[in-house]
Ligand binder design. Structure first.
Ligand SMILES: [Ca+2]
Ligand SMILES: [Ca+2]
Ligand SMILES: [Ca+2]
Ligand SMILES: [Ca+2]
Length: 437
C-alpha cells in the first residue's frame, strides 16, 4: 500500500513543470526515488526555503533503514536542501534517543541523494572543529545561505534543558561540502541561547539577518532583536527595529513568544514594507494582572505592519478570534489560487487553554483571512471545505508544496507519524479550497 502511494506520488510528481527543464524520465522500478535537479535560492527567509517540493518523502523510513532505532516524527526537523551541491536535494535530520529523547544530544544526520541508486545514503557529517558539541536534542533547523555563496548553510542547536537550566550551543554550520566534504561551525551562543529564530534581509543589503527574542532583559523582559549579517559569519546585535513599551509587563506580554521559530517576515499587504506575522501560542487565559496586560494578551496573535518607522504596538492588527479554537498554532501566507496575492491561513487548535491542549482530544480549525491594507477579512466559510474537526488531531506544522504538479500549492500537514510523511491536504480546485485528504 505504502509502495503504491509512493509510486503514485512519483508519477504525479514527475508531471511537475516548474522544477527545472531536465526531462523527467519514467520512474525506473529499481530506483526508490526518481528525483530531478532542483536549483533553489537559499538566500531567502526560512519560511520560504523550508517548503521543499520533496517534502512528501518519508524521512523517518529512511532513517530507520539506516539503523536509527527511534524517530520522533514531530521533533526530527528534516531540512531538505542541496547540501552536497550537485543539484539534487539531500536531507539533514535529527535522530533522537529512544529512552529519553531530550536527555542526550545526538549528532545531526546527513543523507545524500545518490542518483544511480535513486535513494538517500547516510553520511557522517564532518565538522572542522567542536565536533563533540554539535548536537541536537530537538529538531529546529533554519536553512539559509548566510554567507551568500549560493549554497545552503544551517542554523542549528540551542535546546534549553529545563531540568538543569542549561542550553545546547547555537551554531551556524557553514556548508563547505562541495569543496572538501566538511561543515564549518560558527558559534552564535554569545548572541542566541535558543534557536527560536526567523530569517529575513531586514536591512535590505542582500544577505539574511536573524530575528530572535532576547529574554530577561532589564526593564523590558523580552526584547525582539536582529543579528545583522556583516558577511563572513560576523553579526552585530541590533534592537532598533521594534518599539519597546515602557510598561515592562505589557512589553513582555506583547513581545513574548513561546515555542517560536515560526515568526514570518513578509510584505503580506504588498505596500512595500515587510510585515511581521507574529506566531505565538495564545495562552491569554493566564492570571491577568492589569487591564493593560489583559488587552495585550488578547492581541498575542497579530500582524505588526511595516512602515518607514519601527514595528510598533500602534501599527498592529489582531488575528480575529474563533471561539472554542483560541489556540493559534500558525499564521502562514498562502497564495492558494495563484493570483499573485497571498491570503493568510491560520491554523487553530481546539484547546481553550494550555491545560486543555495537553488533556483533551485535539481538533483543528483552518481560518482563511483576506488582507485589505491593514484589515483582515475572514473568508473561511465561503472559501475552504471541511475547515474544522473536533475529534481528530492538530494540524501543526503545515507546509505548502505542489504535490500533483499542476502549479497550485497544496497545504499539507507534515510528519504525523512514521508511516506517512504527511496527512491532510487542501488544494484550490478553481472555485474552492478543496479538502483532498
Ligand atoms: Ca545533493
Ligand atoms: Ca552558503
Ligand atoms: Ca541583511
Ligand atoms: Ca507591508
Amino acid at each position: 500500500m505504502k509502495y503504491k502511494l509512493l509510486l503514485l506520488s512519483l508519477v504525479l510528481f514527475s508531471c511537475s513543470k516548474d522544477i527545472d527543464d531536465i526531462p523527467n524520465p519514467t520512474p525506473t522500478p529499481n530506483k526508490k526515488y526518481e528525483l530531478s535537479q532542483t536549483y533553489r535560492n537559499y538566500n531567502e527567509p526560512h519560511h520560504i526555503t523550508r517548503n521543499s517540493s520533496n517534502s512528501w518523502i518519508n524521512v523517518h523510513e529512511i532513517m530507520i533503514q539506516n539503523g536509527v532505532d527511534w524517530v520522533g516524527p514531530d521533533q526530527s526537523g528534516p531540512a531538505f536542501a542541496d547540501w552536497s551541491g550537485d543539484g539534487y536535494e539531500d536531507i539533514i535530520v535529527s535522530p533522537l534517543s529512544l529512552d529519553c529523547w531530550t536527555c542526550e544530544g545526538e549528532i545531526p544526520q546527513l543523507y545524500i541523494y545518490d542518483t544511480d541508486l535513486g535513494d538517500f545514503i547516510y553520511e557522517e557529517m564532518v565538522f572542522t572543529s567542536n565536533g563533540n558539541e554539535i548536537l541536537n536534542r530537538i529538531g529546529n533547523k533554519i536553512i539559509g545561505d548566510f554567507d551568500n555563496d549560493g549554497d545552503p548553510d544551517l542554523l542549528f542547536g540551542g535546546y534549553k534543558d529545563a531540568d538543569y537550566d542549561t542550553y545546547d550551543k547555537v551554531w551556524i554550520l557553514e556548508n563547505n561540502y562541495s569543496i572538501d566534504g566538511t561543515f564549518i561551525p560558527h558559534d552564535l551562543s554569545d548572541f542566541i541561547k535558543i534557536n527560536e529564530t526567523a530569517t529575513v534581509d531586514i536591512d535590505s543589503d542582500g544577505d539574511l539577518d536573524i530575528f530572535f527574542i532576547k529574554q530577561n532583559v532589564p526593564n523590558y523582559s523580552n526584547k525582539p532583536m536582529f543579528l545583522i549579517n556583516n558577511g563572513n559569519f560576523n553579526f552585530t546585535l541590533d534592537d532598533s527595529y521594534f518599539e519597546l513599551i515602557e510598561n515592562s509587563e505589557a512589553n513582555h506580554t506583547f513581545y513574548n513568544n513561546g515555542e517560536n521559530n515560526n515568526t514570518i517576515f513578509e510584505d503580506i499587504n504588498q505596500d512595500g514594507y515587510i510585515d511581521v506575522l507574529w506566531n505565538q501560542p495564545a495562552d491569554w487565559w493566564d492570571e491577568l494582572e492589569s487591564n493593560e496586560v489583559k488587552d495585550m494578551l488578547v492581541r498575542k496573535n497579530k500582524i505588526l505592519w511595516g512602515s518607514n518607522d519601527k514595528y510598533s504596538y500602534n501599527r498592529h492588527t489582531t488575528i480575529p478570534n474563533i471561539e472554542g479554537f483560541q489556540l493559534v498554532d500558525g499564521i502562514e501566507p498562502w497564495d492558494y489560487n495563484n493570483d499573485g496575492i497571498k491570503e493568510l491561513v491560520v491554523i487553530r487548535d481546539n484547546a481553550t487553554s494550555w491545560d486543555d491542549a495537553h488533556s483533551t482530544t485535539q481538533g483543528f480549525y483552518v481560518q482563511i483571512l483576506q488582507i485589505n491594507n491593514r484589515e483582515l477579512i475572514d473568508i473561511t466559510e465561503s472559501i475552504i471545505q471541511n475547515y474544522t474537526e473536533v475529534n481528530n488531531t492538530n494540524l501543526k506544522p503545515v507546509r505548502f508544496i505542489d504535490i500533483d504538479g499542476d502549479g497550485y500549492l497544496s497545504m499539507i500537514r507534515l510528519k504525523t507519524n512514521i508511516e506517512f510523511n504527511y496527512s491532510f491536504e487542501w488544494e484550490w480546485n478553481g472555485s474552492a479550497i478543496q479538502r483532498i485528504k
